[in-house]
Design a protein around this ligand. Sequence first.
Ligand SMILES: Nc1nc2c(ncn2[C@@H]2O[C@H](COP(=O)(O)OP(=O)(O)OP(=O)(O)O)[C@@H](O)[C@H]2O)c(=O)[nH]1
Ligand SMILES: [Mg+2]
Length: 405
Amino acid sequence: MVSTRLVLARTCTVFEGVLKWAPSTRAVLRPSHLLLQASCRLLSVGIVDHAKHREPSGKKVLSEKKLKRHFVDHRRVLVRGGSGGSGMSCFHSEPRKEFGGPDGGDGGNGGHIILRVDQQVKSLSSVLSQYQGFSGEDGGSKNCSGRGGATLYIQVPVGTLVKEGDKIVADLSNLGDEYVAALGGAGGKGNRFFLANDNRAPVTCTPGQPGQERVLYLELKTMAHAGMVGFPNAGKSSLLRAISNAKPAVASYPFTTLNPHVGIVHYEGHQQVAVADIPGIIRGAHQNKGLGLSFLRHIERCRFFLFVVDLTLPEPWTQVDDLKYELEKFEEGLSERSHVIIANKIDLPQARARLPQLQARLGQEAIGLSALTGENLEQLLLHLKELHDAHIEAELEQGRQPLRW
Ligand SMILES: Nc1nc2c(ncn2[C@@H]2O[C@H](COP(=O)(O)OP(=O)(O)OP(=O)(O)O)[C@@H](O)[C@H]2O)c(=O)[nH]1
Ligand SMILES: [Mg+2]
Protein backbone atom coordinates (compact mmCIF):
# COMPACT_ATOMS: atom_id res chain seq x y z
CA MET A 1 0.00 0.00 0.00
CA VAL A 2 2.92 2.29 0.84
CA SER A 3 4.13 1.89 -2.70
CA THR A 4 1.10 3.68 -3.92
CA ARG A 5 1.95 6.24 -6.52
CA LEU A 6 -0.48 9.01 -6.22
CA VAL A 7 -1.46 11.16 -9.09
CA LEU A 8 -3.86 13.98 -8.74
CA ALA A 9 -5.05 14.62 -12.23
CA ARG A 10 -8.10 15.76 -14.02
CA THR A 11 -11.22 16.20 -12.02
CA CYS A 12 -14.83 15.96 -12.85
CA THR A 13 -16.84 18.48 -10.86
CA VAL A 14 -20.55 18.43 -10.52
CA PHE A 15 -21.66 21.93 -9.90
CA GLU A 16 -25.10 23.15 -10.74
CA GLY A 17 -25.37 20.74 -13.59
CA VAL A 18 -22.09 21.66 -15.25
CA LEU A 19 -19.33 19.17 -15.93
CA LYS A 20 -15.90 20.74 -15.79
CA TRP A 21 -12.55 19.27 -16.70
CA ALA A 22 -9.46 20.89 -15.29
CA PRO A 23 -5.85 20.34 -16.37
CA SER A 24 -3.78 17.91 -14.35
CA THR A 25 -1.65 18.59 -11.31
CA ARG A 26 0.67 15.71 -10.48
CA ALA A 27 2.09 14.54 -7.19
CA VAL A 28 3.95 11.30 -6.63
CA LEU A 29 4.28 9.14 -3.50
CA ARG A 30 7.04 6.52 -3.66
CA PRO A 31 8.04 3.68 -1.29
CA SER A 32 11.41 4.87 -0.11
CA HIS A 33 11.43 7.25 2.81
CA LEU A 34 13.37 9.94 1.03
CA LEU A 35 11.22 9.78 -2.01
CA LEU A 36 8.12 9.79 0.15
CA GLN A 37 9.28 12.93 1.91
CA ALA A 38 10.18 14.67 -1.33
CA SER A 39 6.93 13.66 -2.88
CA CYS A 40 4.92 14.74 0.14
CA ARG A 41 6.51 18.15 -0.13
CA LEU A 42 5.53 18.21 -3.76
CA LEU A 43 2.07 17.00 -2.91
CA SER A 44 1.69 19.53 -0.13
CA VAL A 45 2.69 22.39 -2.41
CA GLY A 46 0.06 21.31 -4.91
CA ILE A 47 -2.41 20.86 -2.14
CA VAL A 48 -1.79 24.25 -0.60
CA ASP A 49 -2.34 25.80 -4.01
CA HIS A 50 -5.63 24.00 -4.28
CA ALA A 51 -6.64 24.81 -0.75
CA LYS A 52 -6.17 28.55 -1.33
CA HIS A 53 -9.41 30.10 -2.12
CA ARG A 54 -11.20 33.35 -1.93
CA GLU A 55 -14.34 33.35 0.13
CA PRO A 56 -17.27 34.74 -1.78
CA SER A 57 -17.96 38.11 -0.26
CA GLY A 58 -21.27 39.64 0.62
CA LYS A 59 -23.22 36.45 0.14
CA LYS A 60 -26.35 36.30 2.25
CA VAL A 61 -27.08 33.36 4.51
CA LEU A 62 -30.15 31.70 3.01
CA SER A 63 -33.19 30.67 5.00
CA GLU A 64 -33.94 26.96 5.38
CA LYS A 65 -36.88 27.25 2.96
CA LYS A 66 -34.75 28.92 0.29
CA LEU A 67 -31.96 26.41 0.80
CA LYS A 68 -34.27 23.56 -0.08
CA ARG A 69 -35.44 25.38 -3.19
CA HIS A 70 -31.85 25.55 -4.47
CA PHE A 71 -31.32 21.87 -4.01
CA VAL A 72 -32.52 20.20 -7.21
CA ASP A 73 -32.22 16.50 -6.59
CA HIS A 74 -35.81 15.45 -7.09
CA ARG A 75 -38.55 16.27 -9.57
CA ARG A 76 -42.22 15.51 -10.08
CA VAL A 77 -42.84 14.96 -13.77
CA LEU A 78 -46.11 14.51 -15.61
CA VAL A 79 -45.51 12.51 -18.78
CA ARG A 80 -48.07 11.99 -21.51
CA GLY A 81 -47.29 9.73 -24.43
CA GLY A 82 -48.18 11.03 -27.90
CA SER A 83 -51.69 10.29 -29.16
CA GLY A 84 -52.19 7.98 -32.07
CA GLY A 85 -53.37 9.48 -35.36
CA SER A 86 -56.93 8.79 -36.52
CA GLY A 87 -57.76 6.33 -39.23
CA MET A 88 -59.17 7.69 -42.50
CA SER A 89 -62.46 6.83 -44.10
CA CYS A 90 -62.50 7.29 -47.86
CA PHE A 91 -63.04 5.39 -51.12
CA HIS A 92 -60.90 4.94 -54.12
CA SER A 93 -62.25 6.64 -57.17
CA GLU A 94 -60.77 7.26 -60.59
CA PRO A 95 -62.15 7.59 -64.13
CA ARG A 96 -63.93 4.42 -65.22
CA LYS A 97 -63.43 2.93 -61.77
CA GLU A 98 -65.89 4.90 -59.75
CA PHE A 99 -66.35 2.48 -56.84
CA GLY A 100 -62.78 1.35 -56.24
CA GLY A 101 -63.37 0.23 -52.68
CA PRO A 102 -62.31 1.62 -49.30
CA ASP A 103 -58.75 2.98 -49.16
CA GLY A 104 -58.58 4.93 -45.91
CA GLY A 105 -55.16 4.38 -44.22
CA ASP A 106 -54.42 3.77 -40.57
CA GLY A 107 -53.25 6.53 -38.24
CA GLY A 108 -49.63 6.50 -37.02
CA ASN A 109 -48.80 5.44 -33.46
CA GLY A 110 -48.07 8.13 -30.88
CA GLY A 111 -44.44 8.56 -29.74
CA HIS A 112 -43.18 7.10 -26.46
CA ILE A 113 -41.44 9.15 -23.79
CA ILE A 114 -38.20 7.56 -22.62
CA LEU A 115 -35.90 8.48 -19.73
CA ARG A 116 -32.31 7.98 -20.80
CA VAL A 117 -29.12 8.27 -18.74
CA ASP A 118 -26.70 10.80 -20.15
CA GLN A 119 -23.19 11.24 -18.76
CA GLN A 120 -23.21 14.97 -19.55
CA VAL A 121 -26.24 15.64 -17.39
CA LYS A 122 -25.35 16.06 -13.74
CA SER A 123 -28.52 17.27 -12.06
CA LEU A 124 -32.26 17.14 -12.49
CA SER A 125 -32.46 20.91 -12.94
CA SER A 126 -32.92 20.52 -16.69
CA VAL A 127 -35.88 18.15 -16.32
CA LEU A 128 -39.21 19.94 -16.88
CA SER A 129 -42.36 19.33 -14.89
CA GLN A 130 -44.42 18.15 -17.90
CA TYR A 131 -43.72 16.36 -21.13
CA GLN A 132 -46.09 15.67 -24.00
CA GLY A 133 -45.06 13.04 -26.51
CA PHE A 134 -45.30 13.59 -30.29
CA SER A 135 -48.62 12.55 -31.82
CA GLY A 136 -48.92 10.21 -34.78
CA GLU A 137 -50.25 11.61 -38.06
CA ASP A 138 -53.72 10.77 -39.29
CA GLY A 139 -54.13 8.15 -41.98
CA GLY A 140 -54.56 9.37 -45.56
CA SER A 141 -56.37 8.29 -48.68
CA LYS A 142 -54.87 5.72 -51.09
CA ASN A 143 -54.12 3.45 -48.12
CA CYS A 144 -51.49 5.81 -46.79
CA SER A 145 -50.73 5.21 -43.13
CA GLY A 146 -49.93 8.23 -40.97
CA ARG A 147 -46.35 8.76 -39.80
CA GLY A 148 -45.68 7.55 -36.26
CA GLY A 149 -44.78 10.15 -33.58
CA ALA A 150 -41.06 10.40 -32.80
CA THR A 151 -39.80 9.14 -29.45
CA LEU A 152 -39.15 11.90 -26.94
CA TYR A 153 -36.04 11.34 -24.80
CA ILE A 154 -35.59 12.97 -21.42
CA GLN A 155 -31.92 13.03 -20.42
CA VAL A 156 -31.30 12.26 -16.77
CA PRO A 157 -28.10 11.86 -14.73
CA VAL A 158 -26.59 8.55 -13.65
CA GLY A 159 -28.12 7.45 -10.34
CA THR A 160 -31.68 8.59 -11.08
CA LEU A 161 -34.32 6.65 -9.25
CA VAL A 162 -37.81 6.63 -10.81
CA LYS A 163 -40.79 6.26 -8.50
CA GLU A 164 -44.50 6.03 -9.16
CA GLY A 165 -46.31 6.73 -5.92
CA ASP A 166 -44.19 4.97 -3.30
CA LYS A 167 -43.07 2.21 -5.65
CA ILE A 168 -39.63 2.29 -7.24
CA VAL A 169 -40.18 1.46 -10.91
CA ALA A 170 -36.65 1.99 -12.26
CA ASP A 171 -33.13 2.51 -11.02
CA LEU A 172 -31.08 4.16 -13.75
CA SER A 173 -27.63 3.60 -12.33
CA ASN A 174 -25.62 2.79 -15.46
CA LEU A 175 -24.70 4.79 -18.52
CA GLY A 176 -27.12 4.14 -21.37
CA ASP A 177 -29.91 2.85 -19.10
CA GLU A 178 -33.38 3.65 -20.44
CA TYR A 179 -36.88 3.50 -19.04
CA VAL A 180 -40.13 3.92 -20.97
CA ALA A 181 -41.91 6.58 -18.94
CA ALA A 182 -45.05 6.76 -21.09
CA LEU A 183 -46.21 4.70 -24.05
CA GLY A 184 -47.61 6.42 -27.11
CA GLY A 185 -51.22 5.68 -28.04
CA ALA A 186 -52.00 3.26 -30.86
CA GLY A 187 -53.04 4.76 -34.21
CA GLY A 188 -56.67 4.36 -35.33
CA LYS A 189 -57.73 2.08 -38.16
CA GLY A 190 -58.79 3.35 -41.56
CA ASN A 191 -61.93 2.02 -43.27
CA ARG A 192 -59.85 -0.28 -45.48
CA PHE A 193 -59.18 -2.32 -42.33
CA PHE A 194 -62.92 -3.07 -41.97
CA LEU A 195 -63.34 -4.44 -45.49
CA ALA A 196 -64.99 -7.86 -45.27
CA ASN A 197 -66.98 -10.23 -47.52
CA ASP A 198 -70.25 -9.13 -46.03
CA ASN A 199 -69.29 -5.43 -46.01
CA ARG A 200 -67.67 -4.29 -49.25
CA ALA A 201 -68.02 -0.58 -48.51
CA PRO A 202 -67.28 0.05 -44.82
CA VAL A 203 -67.32 3.65 -43.70
CA THR A 204 -66.09 2.90 -40.20
CA CYS A 205 -62.77 4.24 -39.07
CA THR A 206 -61.44 4.56 -35.52
CA PRO A 207 -59.78 7.48 -33.77
CA GLY A 208 -56.25 7.17 -32.37
CA GLN A 209 -55.78 6.19 -28.72
CA PRO A 210 -54.52 8.78 -26.26
CA GLY A 211 -51.00 8.21 -24.94
CA GLN A 212 -50.29 6.81 -21.51
CA GLU A 213 -50.33 9.42 -18.73
CA ARG A 214 -48.23 9.01 -15.60
CA VAL A 215 -46.92 11.07 -12.74
CA LEU A 216 -43.37 10.03 -11.94
CA TYR A 217 -41.03 11.16 -9.18
CA LEU A 218 -37.37 11.34 -10.13
CA GLU A 219 -34.79 11.25 -7.39
CA LEU A 220 -31.09 11.75 -7.88
CA LYS A 221 -28.71 9.86 -5.66
CA THR A 222 -25.09 10.83 -6.00
CA MET A 223 -22.95 7.86 -6.84
CA ALA A 224 -19.39 8.04 -5.60
CA HIS A 225 -17.03 5.72 -3.84
CA ALA A 226 -16.53 7.93 -0.82
CA GLY A 227 -19.00 10.36 0.68
CA MET A 228 -17.84 13.17 2.96
CA VAL A 229 -20.17 13.49 5.89
CA GLY A 230 -19.87 16.31 8.40
CA PHE A 231 -21.52 19.26 10.04
CA PRO A 232 -21.68 22.55 8.14
CA ASN A 233 -18.35 24.39 8.19
CA ALA A 234 -16.37 21.27 9.09
CA GLY A 235 -14.23 21.83 6.00
CA LYS A 236 -15.57 19.17 3.62
CA SER A 237 -15.42 21.36 0.55
CA SER A 238 -11.94 22.62 1.49
CA LEU A 239 -10.83 19.00 1.76
CA LEU A 240 -12.25 18.07 -1.64
CA ARG A 241 -10.47 21.05 -3.17
CA ALA A 242 -7.25 19.88 -1.54
CA ILE A 243 -7.32 16.23 -2.67
CA SER A 244 -8.82 16.72 -6.12
CA ASN A 245 -9.21 19.46 -8.68
CA ALA A 246 -12.88 19.92 -7.87
CA LYS A 247 -13.71 23.51 -6.97
CA PRO A 248 -16.70 23.58 -4.63
CA ALA A 249 -17.31 26.95 -2.97
CA VAL A 250 -15.76 27.41 0.45
CA ALA A 251 -16.97 29.99 2.95
CA SER A 252 -17.22 30.51 6.67
CA TYR A 253 -21.02 30.39 6.74
CA PRO A 254 -22.97 27.14 7.08
CA PHE A 255 -24.59 25.44 4.09
CA THR A 256 -22.17 26.88 1.56
CA THR A 257 -22.53 23.63 -0.36
CA LEU A 258 -26.05 23.12 -1.70
CA ASN A 259 -25.39 20.58 -4.43
CA PRO A 260 -23.22 17.50 -4.19
CA HIS A 261 -19.84 17.83 -5.91
CA VAL A 262 -17.79 14.89 -7.04
CA GLY A 263 -14.01 15.11 -7.23
CA ILE A 264 -11.82 12.36 -8.63
CA VAL A 265 -8.56 11.27 -7.03
CA HIS A 266 -6.38 9.45 -9.55
CA TYR A 267 -4.02 6.68 -8.47
CA GLU A 268 -1.40 4.66 -10.28
CA GLY A 269 -2.74 2.11 -12.77
CA HIS A 270 -5.57 4.39 -13.86
CA GLN A 271 -7.42 3.78 -10.63
CA GLN A 272 -9.84 6.52 -9.78
CA VAL A 273 -11.64 7.13 -6.54
CA ALA A 274 -14.68 9.38 -6.69
CA VAL A 275 -15.20 11.46 -3.57
CA ALA A 276 -18.47 13.32 -3.04
CA ASP A 277 -18.73 16.53 -1.05
CA ILE A 278 -22.22 16.43 0.34
CA PRO A 279 -24.05 19.37 1.94
CA GLY A 280 -23.67 19.66 5.71
CA ILE A 281 -25.72 17.58 8.10
CA ILE A 282 -27.31 19.00 11.26
CA ARG A 283 -28.97 17.37 14.26
CA GLY A 284 -32.45 16.26 13.25
CA ALA A 285 -31.54 15.89 9.55
CA HIS A 286 -33.42 12.57 9.49
CA GLN A 287 -36.55 14.58 10.40
CA ASN A 288 -35.83 16.78 7.38
CA LYS A 289 -34.13 19.60 9.30
CA GLY A 290 -31.53 21.69 7.45
CA LEU A 291 -31.12 20.13 4.03
CA GLY A 292 -32.40 17.02 5.73
CA LEU A 293 -33.57 14.05 3.75
CA SER A 294 -32.58 15.50 0.40
CA PHE A 295 -28.96 15.39 1.50
CA LEU A 296 -29.18 12.01 3.27
CA ARG A 297 -30.39 10.46 0.02
CA HIS A 298 -27.01 11.21 -1.55
CA ILE A 299 -25.06 9.60 1.23
CA GLU A 300 -26.95 6.35 0.89
CA ARG A 301 -25.22 5.32 -2.33
CA CYS A 302 -21.64 6.05 -1.32
CA ARG A 303 -19.69 2.89 -0.75
CA PHE A 304 -17.79 4.24 2.24
CA PHE A 305 -17.69 7.43 4.26
CA LEU A 306 -15.24 10.06 5.36
CA PHE A 307 -16.58 11.56 8.58
CA VAL A 308 -15.17 15.10 8.71
CA VAL A 309 -14.93 16.51 12.22
CA ASP A 310 -14.22 20.16 13.06
CA LEU A 311 -11.54 20.06 15.77
CA THR A 312 -12.01 23.73 16.66
CA LEU A 313 -15.32 22.91 18.33
CA PRO A 314 -15.33 21.67 21.93
CA GLU A 315 -15.97 17.94 22.48
CA PRO A 316 -15.48 17.02 18.80
CA TRP A 317 -16.30 13.33 19.45
CA THR A 318 -19.97 14.29 19.89
CA GLN A 319 -19.94 15.24 16.18
CA VAL A 320 -19.07 11.67 15.22
CA ASP A 321 -21.82 10.29 17.49
CA ASP A 322 -24.37 12.73 16.10
CA LEU A 323 -23.43 12.01 12.48
CA LYS A 324 -23.69 8.26 13.04
CA TYR A 325 -27.01 8.72 14.84
CA GLU A 326 -28.48 10.68 11.92
CA LEU A 327 -27.28 8.11 9.38
CA GLU A 328 -28.66 5.24 11.43
CA LYS A 329 -32.03 6.96 11.83
CA PHE A 330 -32.23 7.53 8.08
CA GLU A 331 -31.39 3.95 7.18
CA GLU A 332 -30.57 1.09 9.50
CA GLY A 333 -27.00 -0.14 9.18
CA LEU A 334 -25.78 2.97 7.33
CA SER A 335 -23.53 4.06 10.19
CA GLU A 336 -21.87 0.63 10.15
CA ARG A 337 -20.49 1.11 6.63
CA SER A 338 -16.69 1.34 6.28
CA HIS A 339 -15.45 4.78 7.18
CA VAL A 340 -12.49 6.84 8.32
CA ILE A 341 -12.68 9.70 10.77
CA ILE A 342 -10.97 12.89 9.68
CA ALA A 343 -10.14 15.50 12.28
CA ASN A 344 -9.78 18.72 10.33
CA LYS A 345 -8.16 22.11 11.07
CA ILE A 346 -5.10 20.84 13.04
CA ASP A 347 -3.22 23.90 11.75
CA LEU A 348 -4.89 25.78 14.61
CA PRO A 349 -3.11 25.15 17.97
CA GLN A 350 -6.25 24.65 20.08
CA ALA A 351 -7.53 22.15 17.51
CA ARG A 352 -4.27 20.17 17.45
CA ALA A 353 -4.39 19.84 21.24
CA ARG A 354 -7.81 18.14 21.01
CA LEU A 355 -6.68 15.36 18.65
CA PRO A 356 -5.33 12.88 21.25
CA GLN A 357 -8.46 13.40 23.36
CA LEU A 358 -10.66 12.69 20.34
CA GLN A 359 -8.79 9.50 19.51
CA ALA A 360 -9.00 8.30 23.11
CA ARG A 361 -12.73 9.00 23.28
CA LEU A 362 -13.49 7.33 19.96
CA GLY A 363 -11.31 4.31 20.66
CA GLN A 364 -10.24 4.32 17.02
CA GLU A 365 -7.81 6.19 14.86
CA ALA A 366 -8.74 9.63 13.59
CA ILE A 367 -6.63 11.19 10.86
CA GLY A 368 -5.63 14.65 12.02
CA LEU A 369 -5.08 16.95 9.03
CA SER A 370 -5.48 20.43 7.72
CA ALA A 371 -7.37 20.97 4.50
CA LEU A 372 -6.11 24.54 4.51
CA THR A 373 -2.36 23.94 4.75
CA GLY A 374 -2.32 20.43 3.27
CA GLU A 375 -0.73 18.90 6.37
CA ASN A 376 -1.04 15.10 6.59
CA LEU A 377 -3.26 14.73 3.53
CA GLU A 378 -1.11 11.84 2.30
CA GLN A 379 -2.34 9.66 5.15
CA LEU A 380 -5.93 10.31 4.13
CA LEU A 381 -5.15 9.49 0.50
CA LEU A 382 -3.55 6.20 1.45
CA HIS A 383 -6.53 5.29 3.63
CA LEU A 384 -8.86 6.21 0.81
CA LYS A 385 -7.03 3.82 -1.49
CA GLU A 386 -7.22 1.04 1.10
CA LEU A 387 -10.99 1.51 1.47
CA HIS A 388 -11.40 1.57 -2.29
CA ASP A 389 -9.38 -1.63 -2.77
CA ALA A 390 -11.39 -3.38 -0.05
CA HIS A 391 -14.61 -2.26 -1.74
CA ILE A 392 -13.51 -3.58 -5.15
CA GLU A 393 -12.50 -6.91 -3.61
CA ALA A 394 -15.82 -7.26 -1.78
CA GLU A 395 -17.84 -6.42 -4.90
CA LEU A 396 -15.91 -8.89 -7.06
CA GLU A 397 -16.29 -11.60 -4.40
CA GLN A 398 -20.05 -11.15 -4.51
CA GLY A 399 -20.00 -11.31 -8.30
CA ARG A 400 -20.97 -7.66 -8.68
CA GLN A 401 -19.42 -5.09 -10.96
CA PRO A 402 -17.63 -2.45 -8.86
CA LEU A 403 -18.52 1.21 -9.41
CA ARG A 404 -16.18 2.76 -12.00
CA TRP A 405 -15.53 6.38 -12.95
N1 LIG B 1 -7.94 26.95 9.86
C1 LIG B 1 -8.55 26.14 9.06
N2 LIG B 1 -9.73 26.50 8.50
C2 LIG B 1 -10.33 25.65 7.66
C3 LIG B 1 -9.79 24.39 7.34
N3 LIG B 1 -10.64 23.75 6.50
C4 LIG B 1 -11.66 24.60 6.27
N4 LIG B 1 -11.50 25.74 6.97
C5 LIG B 1 -12.40 26.91 6.99
O1 LIG B 1 -13.66 26.48 7.48
C6 LIG B 1 -14.70 27.21 6.82
C7 LIG B 1 -15.70 26.24 6.23
O2 LIG B 1 -15.08 25.50 5.20
P1 LIG B 1 -15.92 24.71 4.08
O3 LIG B 1 -14.94 23.89 3.33
O4 LIG B 1 -16.80 25.64 3.32
O5 LIG B 1 -16.82 23.80 5.02
P2 LIG B 1 -17.98 22.78 4.58
O6 LIG B 1 -17.91 21.63 5.51
O7 LIG B 1 -17.88 22.47 3.13
O8 LIG B 1 -19.28 23.64 4.88
P3 LIG B 1 -20.76 23.48 4.25
O9 LIG B 1 -20.63 23.49 2.78
O10 LIG B 1 -21.46 24.67 4.75
O11 LIG B 1 -21.31 22.20 4.78
C8 LIG B 1 -14.02 28.07 5.78
O12 LIG B 1 -13.93 29.38 6.29
C9 LIG B 1 -12.66 27.45 5.60
O13 LIG B 1 -11.68 28.39 5.25
C10 LIG B 1 -8.54 24.01 7.95
O14 LIG B 1 -7.97 22.94 7.76
N5 LIG B 1 -7.97 24.93 8.79
MG1 LIG C 1 -19.17 22.83 1.64
